[in-house]
Write a protein that binds this ligand. Structure first.
Ligand code: ADP
Length: 298
């Protein structure tokens, strides 16, 4: 049910950290934090999609999760702040779409009735541009995005974050301290390596709940017979999740149709509804959908 837009002026939350400037915080920092907070306050739940390193299919998973949640009837925003290689516009076939602004705010691109999208890739001139930004500039861009994009009211904001455990995912977690948690994407052969464990440890250190781990590229689905074959040793993600005490959300097989769908700019779950991988995505969003029955902030 649509509700009246929240605003700081009418909000009576005594606990809101945006109400007063703590001693020691610069006025400029307070105003910026408040500007981000005002936007984020319109959004019920925020989920960060993280990975220990690039190339594991984080953006593919973020896009398909966002589309799945939108198909479940929720109002979703997908924010791509992977400054190293913003690929969401390509995966959704909206590359080159103009971003409109109101002077004070940037309006997200409406991909479908329930899904709005904003990506650094929609603002830079070429795919290479984003890669050359240096640390402080990346932080400024991320902050500006959170501050300036006018999402309006949303049920979920899904954030495709930069890979790794460096300054950029840290900035996002700091800028959205009320985020519900993170979904960590890995591949089976990765789990033996330290990357994904480091990512989970990183979440713990910054008090970001791990909603769960998704093992991507787990087994191979034959394009001819549709049967799954295990290429890399699978089950490692599940084992690692259990060992680290975080939920396992499921395995997404390596499926050539995922590459085809991505290259064609049509999200896989939309194009191949009912396939093995699409069903795996459906199951993986269960804890995300369950967030909306939890009281805020728990
Ligand atoms: P990341 O965001 O982690 O860098 P991407 O989402 O860009 O990774 O995916 C990297 C490549 O792997 C892309 O070409 C994508 O189409 C492909 N890919 C991702 N997941 C799968 C999958 N389950 N099956 C087949 N190809 C996949």
């Amino acid at each position: 049910m649509p509700s009246a837009e929240r605003s700081c002026e009418t909000c009576d939350s005594a606990a809101c950290a945006l109400k007063n400037k703590p001693a020691g915080e610069a006025q400029e920092d307070f105003l910026e934090r408040r500007a981000v907070g005002r936007r984020m306050c319109q959004i019920q739940h925020k989920v960060l999609v993280l990975s220990g390193k690039g190339g594991v299919g984080k953006s593919t998973v973020a896009v398909n999760l966002a589309v799945s949640v939108a198909l479940a009837g929720k109002r979703v925003g997908l924010l791509d702040i992977d400054v190293h290689g913003p690929s969401v516009p390509r995966l959704l076939g909206i590359e080159g779409r103009p971003v409109e602004g109101t002077g004070e705010a940037l309006l997200p691109v409406a991909y479908s009735e329930n899904l709005k999208v904003m990506s650094i890739g929609l603002l830079v001139n070429s795919r290479e541009d984003a890669v050359i930004w240096r640390g402080p500039m990346k932080f400024a861009v991320i902050k500006q995005f959170l501050k300036d994009v006018e999402w309006g009211e949303l049920d979920y904001l899904i954030v495709d974050s930069p890979p790794g455990t460096g300054d950029e995912p840290l900035s996002i977690a700091q800028l959205i301290p009320e985020a519900d948690g993170a979904i960590v994407v890995t591949t089976p052969q990765d789990v033996a390596v330290a990357d994904v464990r480091r990512c989970i440890t990183f979440c713990r250190q910054i008090s970001l709940r791990v909603i769960g781990v998704i093992e991507n590229m787990s087994g191979f689905v034959c394009g001819h017979c549709g049967r799954a074959t295990e290429i890399f040793k699978s089950g490692g993600g599940k084992f690692m999740a259990r060992e680290m005490g975080v939920p396992f959300l499921g395995s997404i097989p390596l499926d050539p149709q995922i590459v085809d769908a991505s290259d064609a700019g049509t999200p896989y779950v939309q194009r191949f509804l009912g396939s093995v991988a699409a069903q795996a995505f459906q199951r993986a969003i269960a804890p995300v959908l369950a967030l909306s029955v939890r009281p805020r902030g728990q």
